[in-house]
Design a binder for this molecule. Structure first.
Ligand SMILES: O=C(O)[C@@H](CO)OP(=O)(O)O
Length: 228
C-alpha cells in the first residue's frame, strides 16, 4: 500500500536564531543536516521507501530531501520542486527576532500572526531587503507580500490535488519535504482539522510523518515513523 511521507526541513539558521523566516532562503544548520540524515536512516530502517519526491523552491527543504534520500540510498528517485510548497510568507515580520517582536507587540498578537488561521502578518514593504519579487527563481510568479495559513492552503491544496494526489492514487509512495506551515496546510486537509484547532498544531523538524493511503485517500490517521 502507498504512503505519504511528510518531512519538515531540519533546523535552519533562522530557526536557530529565532527569526521569522517565511520565503527567505536560509540554509540548514549542522544540527538540521544531522536531523535530515537521521530521517533518511529511519526511513531505510523501517522500509518506508518513497518512489517519488516533492519539495519547495527553498534550500532548507531541498537539502533536507537530498540528505535524507542520500542516507536511504534513494537520491535517484524522481523529484519535483514547486514554489507552492514554500513556507508561508511572513510579510513584514520576515527577518525580525521572534522574542523582540513579542516584547514589542505582546505574546497574544505574535501568536495570532504565527498561528491564527486567517490573520496575515503585516505586509512586507515593497523594496524591502527581504522582497523576493525580483528573484529569478520566482520569475513569472506573483510573489505574495504576506500570507495567512488560509492563503497558504489556497496554493498548497490545489497543487496537492492536481499533482501529488494522482501519484499516490497510482499506488506510489510519495515523500514531501517542506515547511512548518505548508505542511500544517496539508495536515489540516488530510486529517480534517478545524480552523480553530489548527492553531494548536506544531510540526517538528526532521521527523517523518506518515499517512497510509488507499485509492488516493488517506486510509488511516497520520503517525510519526519514529514511533512505529
Ligand atoms: O519562521 C518561519 O517561517 C516559521 C517556521 O520556522 O515560523 P513559525 O513557527 O512562526 O511558523
Amino acid at each position: 500500500m502507498p504512503n505519504l511521507i511528510l518531512v519538515r526541513h531540519g533546523q535552519s539558521q533562522w530557526n536557530l536564531e529565532n527569526r521569522f523566516t517565511g520565503w527567505w532562503d536560509v540554509d540548514l544548520t549542522e544540527k538540521g543536516e544531522a536531523e535530515a540524515k537521521a530521517a533518511g536512516e529511519l526511513m531505510a530502517a523501517k522500509g518506508m521507501i518513497p518512489d517519488v519526491a516533492f519539495t519547495s523552491y527553498q534550500t532548507r527543504a531541498i537539502r533536507t530531501l537530498h540528505i535524507a534520500l542520500r542516507a536511504a540510498n534513494l537520491l535517484w528517485i524522481p523529484e519535483t520542486k514547486d514554489w507552492r510548497l514554500n513556507e508561508r510568507h511572513y510579510g513584514g515580520l520576515t527577518g525580525l527576532d521572534k522574542q523582540e517582536t513579542r516584547d514589542k507587540h505582546g505574546d497574544k498578537q505574535v501568536h495570532i500572526w504565527r498561528r491564527s488561521f486567517d490573520t496575515p502578518p503585516p505586509l512586507m514593504d515593497k523594496g524591502s531587503e527581504f522582497d523576493l519579487s525580483g528573484d529569478p527563481r520566482y520569475a513569472g510568479i506573483d510573489v505574495p507580500m504576506t500570507e495567512s495559513l488560509k492563503d497558504t492552503i489556497e496554493r498548497v491544496l490545489p497543487y496537492y490535488e492536481s499533482t501529488i494526489q494522482p501519484v499516490l492514487a497510482s499506488g506510489k509512495t510519495v515523500i514531501v519535504s517542506a515547511h512548518g506551515n505548508s505542511l500544517r496546510a496539508l495536515v489540516k486537509h488530510l486529517s480534517g482539522i478545524s480552523d480553530d484547532e489548527i492553531t494548536g498544531l506544531e510540526i517538528p523538524t526532521g521527523q517523518p510523518i506518515v499517512y497510509p493511503f488507499e485509492n488516493g485517500q488517506p486510509s488511516g490517521e497520520r503517525y510519526y515513523l519514529s514511533e512505529t
